[in-house]
Design a protein around this ligand. Structure first.
Ligand SMILES: Nc1ncnc2c1ncn2[C@@H]1O[C@H](COP(=O)(O)OP(=O)(O)OP(=O)(O)O)[C@@H](O)[C@H]1O
Length: 303
């Protein structure tokens, strides 16, 4: 595919993640088509895309869990070649990652203390004090929400430079999800740490993201800082009287909602739009829908 990725350059600091020409084949099917991106330190990145777009494959390549073509450096290292070394400074939660179910929480912490140089057991215990997870509980007896909290406690007790979260709140109720993100933001994030997160519930993480990457069918179609979204994109709610004038400004997306039309524009002056209706910055989910449906003929992995 020949989608031009919209990239707004970020800080010039040595990137935490550096990817050039990142490709992945499963058999003869190419599912990542040559991604180029850098993730600078101290940022909170959202990697967003439809089912099957390539998010998990990208994260797995960055974590050295799968081989890939192209150049990948995480904290300056090739993750596939130096996975064990890298994991001292990288923490990871995925919906499929499992904790050893036969252990008690206390035993898990003892195990981690032995195997992970940057795991601080006291921090993990302190974190759990505010939850329903008890040190003597068996992991197999915990509910999904408790397991997520235990995961978070483990991750927050690891002094990592990069934290990768792949759908970390899948299956959790809204209260747990909100608590999860709030604690992550308040108790873990610092300027020295970088967070890369994927989720389908983009509205729930929008408040905490500093940067977004949209991936569609194995291509990066947008990469920008959240604070620059409002300078580039605008949403207009327009009534029937101004519909044609608005269309003349070439919206990238149009949708009818309750008898009104919502349009998304790229690079159109807000003062022009304000004469036609109500203007706002699109939410992340509005922007996602607008950009992902722009050229439906391009859909289909492995092109
Ligand atoms: N082990 C595998 N073997 C073959 N194909 C795979 C394998 N893993 C992933 N794929 C394919 O690669 C593509 C990208 O999958 P991936 O899991 O990265 O998507 P995703 O964006 O994380 O999706 P979701 O949001 O559904 O988790 C899909 O077409 C998927 O079917």
């Amino acid at each position: 595919m020949s989608n031009a990725v919209t990239t707004i350059e970020t800080a010039s600091a040595e990137p935490i993640v550096h990817a050039r020409g990142l490709r992945k084949h499963f058999g003869k099917t190419e599912v990542l088509h040559g991604l180029d991106f850098d993730i600078p330190p101290g940022r909170i990145y959202g990697l967003i895309g439809h089912n099957g777009a390539g998010k998990t494959t990208t994260l797995n390549a960055l974590l050295g869990l799968t081989s890939a073509e192209g150049t990948i450096r995480v904290l300056g290292k090739d993750p596939f070649a130096h996975r064990a070394e890298l994991m001292e400074n990288v923490a990871f939660i995925s919906d499929v990652a499992s904790l050893p179910r036969f252990l008690r929480v206390r035993e898990l912490f003892a195990l981690l203390t032995n195997i992970h140089p940057n795991f601080d057991q006291q921090k993990a215990r302190t974190f759990l004090e505010g939850t329903d997870v008890k040190m003597e509980a068996k992991i197999k007896q915990l509910s999904k929400g408790m397991i997520a909290q235990l995961h978070l406690a483990v991750v927050m007790a690891i002094d990592a430079k990069l934290l990768v979260l792949d759908e970390p709140t899948l299956g959790l109720d809204i209260t747990y999800r909100k608590r999860f993100y709030r604690r992550l933001l308040e108790d873990y994030m610092t300027e020295e740490r970088t967070l890369l997160i994927t989720t389908h519930q983009v509205d729930e993480i929008e408040f905490m993201l500093s940067d977004i990457m949209f991936i569609r069918d194995g291509d990066l179609v947008l990469h920008m800082q959240m604070e620059t979204v409002s300078g580039k994109y605008a949403q207009l709610i327009v009534g029937p009287d101004h519909l044609e004038a608005a269309r003349a400004l070439r919206p990238i997306y149009e949708e009818t909602r309750f008898g009104q039309t919502a349009m998304v524009f790229d690079g159109v002056d807000r003062s022009e739009l304000e004469a036609l209706g109500q203007v706002s910055t699109p939410t992340l989910s509005d922007l996602f829908v607008a950009l992902m449906q722009r050229t439906p003929s391009n859909s289909g992995a492995g092109q």
